[in-house]
Design a protein around this ligand. Structure first.
Ligand SMILES: *Cc1c(COP(=O)(O)O)cnc(C)c1O
Length: 429
């Protein structure tokens, strides 16, 4: 028995959606289907699979039963229509854009993005002939001013890494909708537990599964999810969706597959040709990670608020940027979008700038000094010299990663131990 889509509460779906006991063995947990290929019933069956006239597994670059469970579960948790998993969060961003973009096209992106995304967009994508305009999307008038006919999508983070900026997704979705272009939301930092971008009008969601979905800092992965609601035929802007595809005998993806045409295009065309497939073993880790997503996020958020409150009153701390604090300028947006908590990642500014920042990192015992977020363990980082190192000084400050900034990703340890750890480290600088 498979669980009917979206009939159960989120907490139940994190555990059951998309999976069922294995029919051939009765295995209750989703097995790791560590196989490259799948036997065909007949030559006709094989041909129908290759022509996309029938659904089934062909070759694991294109799809795998373990990966499929993860795709179905993530799509379900985001209240989406369909999803395609891939090897990393960055691969997901490339995959998501691939069906939309032609050389000479542009993306309109929020400037408050993960440092790696800013680099990916402004350097690697440029060499495909894909341009990017970055905009301060905290004021939607900036988007309205810059948006033009060359932009094939708007790309934002629901909750930005590391600045903790919450954007008004609903209003940005209205702008994208009017321009007849999809709004793509990187929902990595919020996870579907804290924000559901489709409910606010987003069309496509990307995730780095590496972070909260996996949750234990053990695997890399990414995913693209579609809402199924974007009408590709509204304009002439997306020929790869609305015009015949040569490599599939003239198939028109948006016509043949309707509300999951984009996912089919992603899989049958982009994933097939770009090759950034997720391994079944990593999919297994993500499926297992998802089963405790709701519990972990709840504890992550509770701990983070306690640590943020401690830092806020500390005399060596200049400021704490956490939307969970009343003085945050994102507090009202947090109330609108994040009623369950504002996540465990936040930044604070230390008196003494760069030097003090390095000292605290060298003093802490429980916090690990790593370039990651969303682990069960508490993590600490100096973004300016690490994740955002490749940006210019101006870009660093714009992305909330100036020299005095320390980023924390609060884990699910006991909050008192975390506070004690920071208290001693702060005393020693
Ligand atoms: C980590 C991260 C990415 C990139 O994901 P990888 O799995 O490291 O490729 C993209 N966006 C955000 C918000 C991230 O935190």
């Amino acid at each position: 028995m498979t669980v009917p889509k979206n009939n159960y509460k989120f907490e139940t779906r994190t555990i059951h959606a998309g999976s069922a006991p294995d029919p051939s063995t009765g295995a209750r947990n989703t097995p790791i289907f560590q196989t490259t290929a799948y036997t065909f019933d007949s030559t006709d069956h094989a041909a129908s699979l290759f022509n996309l006239q029938n659904f089934g597994f062909i070759y694991s670059r294109l799809g795998n039963p373990t990966v499929s469970v993860l795709e179905e579960r993530m799509s379900n948790l985001e209240n989406g229509r369909a999803a395609v998993a891939c090897s990393t969060g960055h691969a997901a961003q490339l995959l998501a854009l691939h069906p939309l973009m032609e050389p000479g096209d542009k993306i309109l992106a929020s400037r408050n993005l993960y440092g790696g995304s800013i680099t990916q967009f402004s350097h690697a994508f440029k060499r495909f002939g894909w341009g990017v305009d970055f905009v301060d999307a905290t004021n939607i008038n900036n988007i309205k001013k810059i948006l033009n006919n060359k932009h094939k999508c708007i790309f934002i983070e629901s909750l930005s890494n590391p600045g903790g900026v919450i954007l008004d997704i609903e209003k940005i979705a209205v702008i994208a909708n009017k321009a007849k272009i999809p709004l793509i939301v990187d929902n990595t930092m919020a996870s579907p537990y804290l924000i559901k971008p489709f409910e606010w009008g987003a069309d496509i969601i990307t995730h780095s599964l590496t972070k909260f979905v996996g949750g234990h800092g053990n695997s890399m992965g990414g995913i693209v999810i579609e809402s199924g609601k974007f009408d590709w035929f509204l304009s002439e802007k997306y020929p790869s969706m609305t015009k015949p595809t040569e490599s599939y005998h003239g198939l028109i993806f948006a016509e043949t597959f309707g509300d999951f045409g984009y996912s089919m295009k992603l899989r049958a065309d982009s994933l097939r040709d770009l090759g950034s497939t997720l391994s079944p073993t990593n999919a297994f880790y993500f499926i297992n990670g998802l089963e405790t997503l709701h519990l972990r996020m709840e504890r992550h958020c509770k701990n983070a608020l306690k640590v943020a409150k401690f830092l806020e009153q500390h005399k060596k701390v200049l400021w704490v940027s956490y939307a969970g604090l009343k003085n945050s300028k994102y507090h009202n947006l947090a109330k609108k979008y994040m009623s369950k908590g504002v996540g465990p990642v936040f930044t604070f500014g230390l008196k003494g700038g760069d030097e003090a920042g390095k000292k605290i990192i060298n003093q802490v015992k429980i916090f690990s000094h790593v370039a990651n977020v969303g682990d069960t363990r508490s993590l600490i980082l100096h973004p300016a010299s690490t994740t955002h190192n490749q940006l210019s000084d101006k870009q660093k400050i714009a992305a909330g990663a100036g020299p005095e900034v320390i980023r924390l990703s609060i884990g699910i340890e006991h909050h008192k131990d975390l506070i004690t750890d920071l208290k001693y480290a702060l005393a020693n600088i």
